[in-house]
Write a protein that binds this ligand. Structure first.
Ligand code: FAD
Length: 407
């Protein structure tokens, strides 16, 4: 039975909604209720590669990322629930002078926060990732603190940690709208009844923009299709090998169950309007873009020749959200007090979930935000990208250059 009232209602039980619920409960917020129309982690979250990737030259984003990677290193201590964070490290590979310079800037950024990173010889890189064939002349940066998690387990752990601290979760509960009085949230309407509340956290993944439209909001966040695949075990893959990220073709390759998990950006970038999907659409039904898979595989095979004959045993795809500047949206809306938006994960929602959840808790409990909120507010675009076509075009461009960090 749904409660009649709650202090905070979180819409969406993906990794971002559950993190918000956990951090709120951990901050002492009573009576937090999470609603999902499916099960916990039944949207895009379970399809993620689950990688962290914190080392950027953007000093603010670096602060955010370093916090996240540290949180994952101590996840059980924070939440009371273990996850399997494989701190394998990562290798960032640059083929051209432009991105070799970028590696130098990353070394500098890492030094500023006291993290050790180093340029590896091709020989050492190959000893760590035997199936990787580094092209001559490329430069390889080792980032030891990076790693990956099984993404569903992270959402489940947050949800469990939230419940341990008094939150409740109601799955199979579709939220149809909000009741708003005098510009403030008053209640959440669902197919199971109404819950009175002063605070709503909208973390509905791909559906966030559409939900906002029904409230008269033009949230600058759109779903973008991202695809990856896993192969059957391949001889020579080491279970502890680092993730390999190749900058120019925007490909990532990591170990998964003795095979390789391969994903990448920029291939056939495509955003969506959720109004074009049936009401009962669910992420597992998302159609594959076969050309995307073909281009991705060809690009990765140039560096991992063993992929030529590899058997694909799982396709991953989903609809992460992306904003016109590639940054998160985490703030209360100006139009509706008490409504907090959590979106714009930019294919990094698992990675960014600790810092994002903590920010939501800071906003609602009135604590000083641990991270400057200005760059993350939903209103920051002003009148820009108000037109749907313009917004989607810009977001596709951002996605298409994810590793090139054009923003
Ligand atoms: C192939 C692939 C690889 C990826 N790799 C990585 C990676 O390496 N690292 C990383 O950090 N991220 C990665 N991502 C991105 C990551 O999956 C997302 O950033 C993250 O899952 C977003 O979480 P979310 O909570 O916003 O959305 P979701 O997981 O989609 O959760 C939203 C939830 O809201 C619910 N919902 C929606 N509308 C309503 C409603 N009206 N009422 C009730 N419930 C509702 C849905 O049922 C859903 O469960 C990858 C994604 C893909 C597809």
């Amino acid at each position: 039975m749904l409660p009649k009232s709650a202090d905070v209602v979180v819409i969406g039980g993906g990794v971002l909604g559950t993190s918000a619920a956990f951090h709120l409960s951990a901050a002492g917020q009573k009576n937090v209720v999470v609603l999902d129309r499916g099960a916990i982690a039944s949207g895009t979250t379970p399809f993620a590669a689950g990688q962290t990737g914190y080392l950027t030259c953007d000093r603010l984003a670096l602060k955010f990322g370093a916090y996240n990677v540290d949180f994952f290193s101590h996840f059980e201590k924070h939440t009371g629930h273990a996850i399997d964070f494989q701190q394998s490290g990562s290798l960032r590979v640059a083929l051209t002078d432009k991105y070799k310079d970028d590696l130098e800037s990353r070394i500098q950024a890492a030094a500023e926060i006291g993290h050790e990173v180093q340029i590896l010889s091709h020989q050492v890189a190959k000893s760590r990732v035997p199936l990787f064939d580094p092209p001559s002349g490329c430069q390889i940066l080792s980032v030891p603190k990076d790693g990956y998690v099984e993404p569903k387990s992270v959402a489940v752990a947050y949800a469990s940690g939230a419940c341990d601290r008094g939150a409740t979760i109601h799955t199979r509960t579709n939220v149809s709208g909000l009741e708003i009085h005098d510009g403030r949230v008053k209640a959440v309407q669902t197919d199971q009844g109404v819950i009175e509340t002063d605070w709503v956290v909208l973390a509905a993944g791909a559906w966030t923009r559409q939900f906002g439209q029904r409230l008269g909001l033009n949230l600058r966040t759109v779903p973008v299709r991202h695809q990856a695949f896993d192969t059957a075990p391949i001889k020579g893959v080491k279970t502890n090998q680092p993730i390999v990220r190749i900058t120019e073709p925007q490909v990532y390759v990591r170990q998964e169950a003795g095979g390789l998990l391969v994903g990448g950006y920029g291939y056939q970038p495509r955003t969506f309007d959720m109004n074009d999907f049936p009401e009962d659409f669910e992420i597992p039904a998302l159609a594959a873009d076969q050309a995307y898979y073909q281009e991705l595989r060809a690009a990765a095979t140039a560096f991992f020749p063993a992929l030529t004959d590899a058997v694909v045993v799982r396709e991953r795809r989903g609809l992460p959200t992306i904003s016109p500047d590639g940054r998160l949206l985490v703030s209360e809306t100006r139009e509706i007090n008490g409504l907090i938006i959590v979106s714009g994960c930019a294919v990094g929602g698992v990675d960014r979930s600790p810092g994002t959840g903590r920010l939501v808790a800071d906003i609602i409990t009135g604590r000083d935000p641990w991270f400057p909120l200005e760059g993350l507010t939903v209103d920051r675009f002003g009148d820009e990208f108000a037109n749907d076509g313009e917004l989607r075009e810009r977001c596709q461009e951002i996605y298409a250059h994810h590793y090139h960090e054009i923003y």
